[in-house]
Design a protein around this ligand. Structure first.
Ligand code: FAD
Length: 325
């Protein structure tokens, strides 16, 4: 990003800005809004829902919600925010989150205009690792729509990776009529035993050990394939100009979702180092962060009211000084 950030236009001042409209950000913004805070949800894509938009599969993992695909879950999230009139800014890809000095509001920018707030929640989630491959008509990256849109009937497929998604995708491809599926993993497969068992007796072979896959020739070692399914897991999406401590590539937060040592800055969902990311845990994390922010906001409001009650005097150098602090 070669552009300087010094020419930015100012837009809004809110109590809280939530960056990322996946389950974590959507839940956080919904709760902040309903708790009475001036909130805006900022999403880089054209719709709310995050990774669920990539899932045409039935989501059987949200307690109490049955018969919905991931894409339907995403649409429900979007509808819910709209119905509750939570302010959403779509197609706004945040590149920087910064503050001029410790007492100034946070500034969030896409490189051309700025939104300000006292509290920022980073809920920018994850994206599938590419491993240097590029999505094409015969290469799918990550689970879901990227691979599902490629016809596999009668084709030979190589699945690269050895985790749950690799084994699940191998099974889905065989169910869609793939002629054979070879799984390549550099180490012993890490997928759950139940997923590995489901492949037994199907036209799938697992190769554990070093391999070389070439997208140009569509070969893995000396074998030719029609389709590659790249299942190398996920990596955190973090705005490019945000320098914060990370743990294994994820934003490190404390128990309350706060970024330690950076007042007003929080993170929620799968961009953080929290345990087992899924829709329910991401949403729960977003809600916990919303409650922590609301508490801080109330305390700050009470403090400000106490200060306003005290007599104020002008500092000899012209600053407004509040007595009694
Ligand atoms: C195919 C597939 C199937 C799945 N199936 C299930 C399932 O059945 N059950 C289940 O519980 N989980 C499932 N998951 C996992 C689940 O979708 C994720 O755990 C969950 O979406 C994480 O939520 P999140 O809000 O933390 O992040 P995300 O969903 O990743 O959302 C992050 C959002 O932030 C936005 N963003 C990123 N960077 C920026 C930026 N710089 N500026 C503005 N916006 C930005 C992104 O566009 C995205 O909308 C599935 C995932 C996939 C891919």
């Amino acid at each position: 990003m070669a552009r300087s950030l010094n020419h930015l236009w100012s837009c809004t001042m809110k109590d809280a800005l939530v960056i990322g409209g996946g389950p974590a950000g959507a839940a956080c913004a919904l709760w902040l809004h309903q708790l009475g805070m001036a909130t805006m949800l900022i999403e880089g894509g054209a719709a709310i829902g995050g990774l669920q938009q990539r899932s045409p599969y039935m989501n059987r993992w949200i307690p109490g919600l049955v018969g919905k695909t991931g894409q339907e879950v995403a649409r429900q999230l979007h509808m819910h925010l709209r119905q509750e009139q939570v302010e959403c800014l779509l197609n706004y890809h945040v590149v920087s989150v910064r503050r001029r000095h410790a007492a100034a509001p946070w500034e969030v920018s896409n490189g051309s205009d700025v939104h300000r707030a006292r509290y920022i929640v980073i809920a920018t989630g994850t994206r599938p690792r590419t491993g240097g491959f590029a999505e094409s008509e015969c290469v799918g990256i990550g689970p879901g729509t990227s691979i599902e849109k490629i016809p596999v009937q009668g084709k030979r497929m190589a699945v690269l990776g050895g985790g749950d998604a690799a084994f699940e995708q191998a099974e889905f491809a065989l169910r869609r009529g793939a002629r054979c599926v070879d799984l390549y993993c550099r180490r012993a497969p890490r997928a759950r035993p139940a997923l590995r068992q489901r492949l037994q007796g199907l036209a799938a072979h697992v190769h554990a050990g070093p391999f070389h896959a070439d997208q140009k020739t569509m070969r893995v070692n000396d074998q030719q394939y029609d389709v590659f399914s790249v299942q190398y897991g996920y990596e955190a999406c973090i705005p490019v100009y945000l320098e914060l401590p990370r743990k294994d590539g994820y934003l490190e937060v404390d128990q309350s979702g706060a970024i330690p040592g950076v007042p007003g800055l929080f993170a929620a969902g799968s961009v953080t180092n929290f345990l087992h990311p899924c829709v329910t845990t991401a949403a729960a994390h977003g809600i916990q962060v919303a409650k922590v922010i609301e508490n801080q906001h109330c305390q700050h409001g009470a403090q400000a009211a106490r200060s306003a009650d005290r007599p104020q005097q002008l500092h000899p150098l012209g600053f407004l000084a509040v007595s009694g602090i």
